[in-house]
Design a protein around this ligand. Structure first.
Ligand code: AMP
Length: 285
């Protein structure tokens, strides 16, 4: 496995692979790889001849008051995880390599970007759509792998691929959790031991609401109130949102109908964590 820092080198390697008729899977990440990322890389290596993992903390998806500077980075650890799980190259450009200082072209989307994370992080999805488009153009993958952990991001990318006719298949991957249920995240490293315990409230609230839904409750106001009530039992938790929307359109629902996403974003101390579940055809996805 090779660490590649330039777009030119990625293009040369991909050209060689394509001339040999090999299929390519792309796993876009911001690095500090954990078992969640590893599951995507493993799936990509099972389904493709070659796998590119991109490892890039993308500045355009962070607002100035967010954690771009402090976001954890460890390329040596990431290379080892990527290699163990079957990656062929890890693309780790610096910001200047990815963004021309005079760049004025960005990919912006309305619709599914406007709810949930889009409300509290208004520039976030513009950055995500732009960097993912650039990665698709650089790597030209057959398939790209995205975690359901970021369910709105998954919906946004699927819509972007459809609207802009990218020739890539998006493969959704299930959420990987710690043994106690906390969704794995690079940001979990920010949590103090006390906060780590409090963070379990996201999973607990989602599970309680899942049970209410299985028992037949369809009124989203009641379901959202239940989420809020449980999260508020945890003194260190502050809710950003706790909402139910259609999936993959990401439109708020009054009553459960069709496929839907139950999603929460909660500050535990200063760390913003997200978690969710999706019900598709009446079953958890
Ligand atoms: P990130 O590095 O956080 O931008 O994540 C890169 C990719 O890994 C995204 O598609 C995420 O949804 C996915 N991912 C992150 N955490 C998990 C997890 N716990 N389970 C599954 N996928 C994940």
């Amino acid at each position: 496995m090779k660490v590649v820092n330039t777009i030119e080198e990625v293009r040369a390697i991909v050209k060689e692979w394509k001339s040999n008729g090999l299929s390519i899977g792309l796993v876009p990440t911001m690095g500090y790889l954990h078992e969640g990322h590893a599951s995507l890389i493993k799936k990509a290596s099972q389904e493709n001849d070659r796998v590119v993992v991109s490892d890039f903390v993308n500045p355009t998806q962070f607002a100035p008051n967010e954690d771009f500077e402090s976001y954890p980075r460890d390329i040596e650890h990431d290379s080892a995880v990527a290699e163990e799980n079957g990656a062929d190259i890890i693309f780790n450009p610096d910001v200047e390599e990815m963004y021309d200082s005079k760049a004025v072209t960005f990919v912006n989307m309305t619709g599914p970007t406007e709810e949930l994370c889009g409300k509290s992080r208004p520039i976030h999805f513009k950055g995500v759509c732009t960097v993912v488009s650039k990665l698709f153009n650089i790597v030209t993958p057959d398939k790209a792998y995205f975690g359901q952990k970021d369910a709105q991001q998954l919906a946004v990318i699927m819509k972007m691929v459809k609207d802009l006719n990218f020739g890539v298949e998006i493969v959704p991957c299930p959420i990987v959790r710690e043994l106690d249920g906390l969704a794995k995240s690079s940001r979990n490293t920010y949590l103090s031991p006390e906060e780590r315990k409090s963070a379990l409230v996201l999973h607990k609230a989602l599970n309680a609401v899942k049970k209410l839904i299985l028992d037949g409750e369809k009124d989203t106001r009641i379901l959202e109130e239940k989420l809020t009530q449980i999260i508020h039992t945890e003194p260190l938790a502050k809710i950003d949102y706790a909402e139910i929307v259609s999936f993959p359109d990401i439109v708020p629902l009054d009553y459960l109908k069709g496929d839907f996403l139950v999603a929460v974003a909660v500050y535990i101390g200063r760390t913003r964590l997200i978690d969710n579940f999706i019900i598709e055809n009446g079953e958890e996805k």
